[in-house]
Structures are given as C-alpha cells and as structure tokens.
Design a protein around this ligand. Structure first.
Ligand code: HEC
Length: 143
C-alpha cells in the first residue's frame, strides 16, 4: 500500500469516527441528564388514596391540564423531553418508566403539589381534584 492510500484510509477513518460521535450526541436528550437528588415521599403520602375515580372524564381533564401546565417540561408523552427541558440541567424524569409505575398515586400527587426547584409547585395553581386527575392521566404514559 502506498502512502497516499494509507493517508486516505486514515482520513476516511477519522471522518467515520466523527460522524459516529455526532450521531451519538444528537441522540442525547433530557433523559440522559443527571437525575435530581433522591426525592422520597413520606410514608403517609405514599399511602394516600386517590379520591378521584380514573374514568374518561378525569383522564380527559388531566390531559388538558397536563398540556397546559406540565408538557412544556415533561413532554407530550411524559418522557421528560418538553421544549423547556433543554434549559434545565437535571432530568425531568420519565413518566413511562418502571420507576413511575411503581410510585403510588399519593407520591405523584404530592410531588405535583409541592414541586422541587426547578419543578414549580402547583398547590395554588390547581385544585386538589385537578392534581389527582393529572395523576390519573399520567398513568396512561406507562409502557
Ligand atoms: C419548569 C419545568 C417543569 C414543569 C412545568 C413541571 N415539572 Fe415536574 N419536574 C420537573 C423537574 C426538573 C423534575 C425533577 C425534579 C427533581 O428531581 O428534583 C420534575 C419532577 C416531577 C415529578 C417527580 C418525577 C419522578 O420521577 O419522581 C412529578 C410527579 C412531576 N414532576 C409532575 C409534574 C406535573 C404533574 C406537572 C404539571 C402540573 C409538572 N411536573 C410540571 C420540571 C417541571
């Protein structure tokens, strides 16, 4: 092999490698950001019963409220890839994950109520029943 062919080969190899890196980095999204600190809910919260029946009306209400208040960060499918998520340095979580499936309704309700910076609190903005309906809607994201 002469030196020109050799050089061409190594140039091609470098370009292939660079293209691979670009592909990998373009797949990086909100979910790859570091998770926030552990956020365990108190025992009494975990045990809270959802007083709002998960019927079509509640899920529809939850969906509308989610689109208005949550989607910008948590994304249309709850994957944590909303438009605002790009500007947040920690992960917004993934509502389709096994972790969220394991969390009780009370836990999701409590986190929605209190928030934790940069996640806002919805205590004042939404009524109790509205927050429970959002929890009912969040269940539809489960894989
Ligand atoms: C400004 C962006 C933003 C908005 C708007 C927002 N969140 Fe969040 N949310 C976050 C971030 C960031 C976290 C992770 C917080 C942490 O780990 O400290 C989070 C975490 C959560 C969690 C806990 C996730 C888990 O995996 O345990 C729940 C539940 C949640 N949000 C529900 C909601 C709901 C419901 C709404 C709308 C009513 C909402 N959020 C609106 C940014 C947002």
């Amino acid at each position: 092999m002469n030196s020109i062919t050799k050089n061409l080969r190594s140039i091609t190899a470098i370009f292939t490698f660079a293209a691979m890196l670009l592909t990998i980095s373009s797949q990086t999204n909100a979910q790859d950001k570091p998770k926030g600190k552990p956020w365990p809910a108190p025992e009494n919260v975990v045990k809270m019963k959802n007083p709002v029946k998960s019927d079509d009306a509640s899920i529809k209400e939850g969906k509308d409220l989610y689109a208005q208040h949550c989607k910008s960060c948590h994304g249309a499918k709850g994957l944590g890839d909303g438009t605002k998520a790009a500007k947040i340095d920690i992960s917004c979580g993934d509502f389709s994950s096994a972790e969220t499936a394991k969390a009780s309704d009370g836990e999701l309700y409590w986190k929605t109520t209190d928030g934790r910076k940069p996640m806002p609190s919805f205590k004042e903005k939404l009524s109790d029943n509205e927050r429970w309906s959002i929890v009912n809607y969040m269940r539809t994201f489960a894989k």
